[in-house]
Design a protein around this ligand. Structure first.
Ligand SMILES: [Zn+2]
Length: 60
C-alpha cells in the first residue's frame, strides 16, 4: 500500500490517498480517484503521484 498526498485543485486541500500495490499495473497509467475533499474524480499518476493536467511540481 502506497500513500500519496496531492493537493486538490478545487479546494487546495492536501488529500492523502492510498494506492494498492499492483505488480500488474502499468506504472505509467493514471488512476481515477474519488476526492474526499471535493467529491469529484481526479486522475492521479501511479508513478509520480501527480494529478493529471496540473503540471504542478510535487512538494518536497
Ligand atoms: Zn478534489
Amino acid at each position: 500500500m502506497r500513500h500519496l498526498i496531492f493537493v486538490c485543485p478545487n479546494t487546495h486541500l492536501n488529500v492523502q490517498h492510498s494506492l494498492d500495490e499492483d505488480d500488474n499495473t502499468d506504472q505509467n497509467e493514471f488512476t481515477a480517484i474519488s476526492c474526499p475533499a471535493c467529491t469529484r474524480l481526479h486522475f492521479l499518476s501511479r508513478k509520480t503521484g501527480q494529478l493529471l493536467g496540473t503540471g504542478a511540481a510535487p512538494k518536497n
